[in-house]
Design a protein. Structure first.
Ligand code: EPZ
Length: 420
């Protein structure tokens, strides 16, 4: 199993290009199940999650061809039951439920188990499908969703932590082929939801309001195959911006969508990070005098939970006190104890982490627990003196395309080695 060996203390310099968004491409790949026709998806990042989704679609009967960052999918014939062994490997695979129900009026998928960052139930997904007329049964770890007819309905999808991203995606995909009009209230507004709606509308769906809390879907009889280029990954772009600031470097980020990153860019500006924006290019400039800021994660357009861990590293390096509050997931502080191994001073009080910043970090072997925590450990390792070993980087490969090569291209002393 791979790990990353990082010799820290080098400011990142140069240019990096952002890949397609993992959290846009997964539901868009699932949406291809809604048509018999061929779909071509471009700017698809080379990630293990994408490979899992391709295997899941193939296990359902779809033909999938990967050619570099272009994926061609045709689901001429489909089976309603997805392979448990594949589904359990990736929570995001739950987003095949909506398209299968929409197209075949029947789907059986294994219930996603727990996750280190939170319990992550799918009650809202199922509530939405029930509101559309589906009968839900759970047996043997599988959820079975069946409908004689799907009928448009008014659906409220707000939950304990606000809207649900994949829940909105799933209900939207089930409703596009339903009879009549569906309105989703308290819908998630993430750019990835908007990109999915854009893809579905190109297929012939009738969706309005994506990007706002109210989405209206007028059902159609069938959908056609299309070509689509997914949006760039705003979380990857934010990760590189923070890595540049944390290593006191100067990095130009190409191919991002700054208009999807307002909360992050605003918070970095408040923290004293100098960022220049030219069209779709962001340059993190050297020399900003960093100051502590408080951060609270919120649904989009608030500060993304997927950038919380990376931002915590920047605050651990910044002299002064900052409070980071996680409002989306119950237990998304697994990185705190590993950052402490590098010398950071962070304590947890309920949903908040109290960061006493400004300590010099020193390299050590650390363990990644989830995707974004692993990105945070890599940034901390690059900012620390000495050598850091980040183990279990399979988490990282789930969501970052060739991150070690991209960072090495910016001058980082980083290499992939066997796990220690
Ligand atoms: C998506 O997960 C992303 N994953 C996550 O990114 C991201 O952290 C999350 O949205 C929030 O932005 C993908 O898009 C593949 P939610 P999702 O449903 O849709 C609760 C990453 O690092 N909830 O919006 O699964 C839930 O427990 C990953 O790339 C219910 O209570 O997240 C959570 O507390 C991690 N019932 C909150 O809502 C439900 O039925 C938001 O979860 C559904 C969710």
């Amino acid at each position: 199993m791979d790990s990353l060996l990082i010799r820290g203390g080098v400011p990142l310099r140069g240019d990096v290009t952002i890949s397609g968004a993992k959290n846009a491409v997964l539901p868009i790949m699932a949406a291809t199940l809604l048509t018999r026709e061929k779909c071509v998806i471009r700017r698809v990042p080379d990630l293990s999650d994408v490979r899992f989704m391709a295997q899941i679609l193939e296990s359902l009967g779809a033909k999938v061809k990967v050619d570099g960052d272009v994926v061609t999918i045709q689901a001429a014939r489909l089976k309603p039951v997805a392979d448990y062994d594949l589904i359990r490997k990736m929570r995001g695979s739950i987003c095949i439920l909506g398209p299968l129900l929409g197209r075949q009026r029947h789907a059986r998928v294994s219930l996603p188990g727990g996750c280190v960052i939170g319990t992550r139930p799918i009650d809202l997904h199922l509530k939405g499908m029930k509101d559309l007329g589906a009968v839900i049964s759970i047996e043997g770890g599988n959820v079975d969703v069946l409908a004689r007819r799907l009928i448009g309905a008014d659906i409220f999808l707000g939950g304990r932590a606000g809207p649900t991203v994949l829940g909105t995606a799933n209900v939207m995909m089930a409703a596009v082929l339903a009879d009549g009009v569906t309105t989703i209230e308290s819908a998630a507004c993430e750019p990835e939801v908007v990109d999915l709606a854009y893809f579905l509308n190109k297929m012939g769906a009738k969706i309005i309001g994506a990007g706002s809390p109210t989405i209206t879907i007028t059902g159609v009889k069938e959908l056609a195959g299309v070509e689509h280029e997914v949006i760039p990954d705003r979380i990857e772009a934010a990760t590189f911006a923070i890595a540049a600031a944390a290593t006191k470097g100067e990095v130009t980020i190409h191919g991002a969508r700054p208009d999807h990153m307002h909360a992050v860019l605003d918070k970095l500006k408040d923290a004293g990070v100098k960022i220049e924006r030219k069209g779709l290019t962001l340059t993190v400039k050297k020399g900003g005098r960093l100051k502590p800021v408080d951060v609270t994660t919120l649904p989009y357009a608030g500060f993304p939970t997927d950038v919380q861990a990376q931002m915590m590293v920047l605050m651990a390096l910044t002299p002064g006190l900052s409070i980071i509050t996680e409002r989306i997931f119950e237990s998304r502080f697994m990185h705190v104890s590993e950052l402490a191994r590098l010398g950071a001073d962070i304590s947890i009080e309920g949903p908040s982490a109290i960061v006493k910043g400004g300590r010099l970090l020193s390299g050590a072997p650390v363990m990644a627990s989830d995707l974004r925590a692993s990105a945070a450990l890599v940034i901390a390792g690059m900012a620390a003196r000495g050598t850091t070993h980040v183990n279990r980087i399979y988490h990282l490969d789930r969501g970052y395309e060739k991150i070690d090569q991209k960072l090495a291209g910016l001058g980082a002393r980083i290499q992939r080695v066997d796990q220690v």
